[in-house]
Structure formats: structure tokens, C-alpha cells
Design a protein around this ligand. Structure first.
Ligand SMILES: [Zn+2]
Length: 109
């Protein structure tokens, strides 16, 4: 199959999956806090697995392919993860934003 057509079909299926996955939000107005916690935990687990399998492992492999030892490749990935965490914390503390369950940052509601 043509690569561009395959990419188009794969993107279309991914978008359709997102649409179908979002439908319950439209038709179910409220959910229990217990179900919400379960769904948020599931979503967090999926994102953590995506991080590990789709970013960290290929990043380490790419560093090894560029000639670094496994230890240096792992160090590069650890430094990258720490730098990403630092960037998120920097953005969180220096840019105004609101939280879903409390008002402006710093308020104790
Ligand atoms: Zn915040």
C-alpha cells in the first residue's frame, strides 16, 4: 500500500478512535468521583507506558546508534527527563494558570 495512503488511513483511524472515545463525555453528564479517579489513573498509566515505550527506549537506542555506550545513553536519557521535569516546573511556577479544582495558583480554596 502507498505510504502516504497508509499514513492517511492510520491518521483517520486514530482520529476516529479519539472521536469515539470522547463520545461518553457528551452523553454522560456526571460520573462518580470513584469512576473519575479510576479513569484518571488509567489515563495516567497509559501516558506513562507511552512515555516509557515510545520515547525513552527509542531515545536510548538512538543514542547508542550514535556511538555512545549504554551507560552514556542512559545518562543522556536521565538528563533529558530531568531537564523536561525542570522545564515543566519552571512553566508551572512562572506562568499564570488556573487549576480545575482550585482557583488561581496560590489561592487556598
Ligand atoms: Zn499550578
Amino acid at each position: 500500500m502507498n505510504t502516504i495512503l497508509l499514513g492517511f488511513v492510520a491518521s483517520l483511524l486514530a482520529g476516529l478512535g479519539t472521536f469515539i472515545g470522547a463520545l461518553p463525555v457528551v452523553f454522560i453528564p456526571t460520573i462518580s468521583q470513584r469512576l473519575e479517579a479510576i479513569l484518571l489513573g488509567f489515563g495516567g498509566g497509559v501516558m506513562l507506558a507511552a512515555t516509557a515505550f515510545s520515547l525513552i527506549v527509542p531515545g536510548t537506542d538512538a543514542a547508542i546508534e550514535q556511538g555512545h555506550s549504554q551507560a552514556i545513553a542512559a545518562l543522556i536519557m536521565v538528563l533529558g527527563i530531568l531537564f523536561g521535569g525542570w522545564c515543566l516546573n519552571f512553566i508551572h511556577t512562572n506562568f499564570p494558570h488556573e487549576h480545575f479544582f482550585k482557583s488561581d495558583e496560590g489561592d487556598t480554596i
